[in-house]
Design a binder for this molecule. Structure first.
Ligand code: MN
Length: 231
């Protein structure tokens, strides 16, 4: 096919232990999926899951053993880290039942839902979309994808984030309000999932600001670590 301008290359994430890449179609994100984080953001109780998206080219893929560069974005003085488990969808579907949902997961990764918290607060106050707070360039750092068969028991895994060696976020995947499977059930009721979709499953408590020069180190048991320097 001839194009009138060069088509953009697909965003890809490295696969652990392989020279193959996982090509990304869409990035879905879950809001407020850990009770303690919902509380620190001023909410309580179990509300139905809600979703927002980031563009696929907002990914900052970081290969195993490497330290990625995270450019400090424009228009914010309050850039927050949100460490999250990421699901990589290998088999699409709509109206997927929770009982079948994990069969659609090709693999798992450690991701960061970077957030312009000051702009998010302003958008919330005005009832406007979160795009500028959540979907900016380089807002989705991600480590390599571990194939599901090699990932161990993710549902019981610890999730953590340090900034400059100091603990900021510490929780467990089983403290999610909506489990991985329930999240897929809800998400696939609203959109038809396709191979290549990523789902950022929400962050635990302890979110906070980072500055230029900070070193972010996050991890999930069984999925390795994600390291980034804010530049
Ligand atoms: Mn998040």
């Amino acid at each position: 096919m001839r194009h009138v301008i060069p088509p953009a290359a697909p965003s890809c994430v490295p696969v652990l232990g392989s020279d193959a890449q996982f090509p990304v179609r869409r990035i879905y994100c879950v809001g407020r999926n850990y009770a303690e984080h919902a509380r620190e953001m001023g909410f309580s109780g179990r509300e139905p899951p809600f979703f927002f998206m980031k563009p696929a080219d907002a990914l900052v893929p970081v290969a195993a053993g490497h330290t990625g560069q995270l450019p400090y974005p424009s228009l914010t003085a309050d850039l927050h880290h949100e460490i999250e488990l990421v699901l990589a969808i290998g088999q699409g579907g709509s109206r997927i039942a929770a009982a079948d949902a994990l069969q659609h997961v090709w693999g798992y990764a450690v991701g960061l839902d970077m957030t312009r918290r000051d702009l998010q607060a302003e958008m919330k106050k005005q009832g406007r979309p979160w795009c500028i707070a959540k979907g900016f360039d380089a807002s989705a750092p991600i480590g390599p994808i571990t194939p599901a068969a090699q990932a161990g028991n993710i549902e019981q895994a610890a999730i953590w984030l340090n900034v400059n060696g100091q603990p900021r976020q510490r929780s467990r995947i089983d403290r999610m309000i909506w489990s991985m499977a329930e999240t897929i059930e809800h998400l696939s009721a609203a959109w038809t999932l396709q191979p290549g979709d990523l789902i950022f499953t929400g962050t635990p408590e302890g979110v906070g600001a980072v500055q230029r020069g900070d070193l972010l180190e996050g991890g999930i048991d069984g999925l390795g670590e994600l390291r980034l320097l804010v530049s």
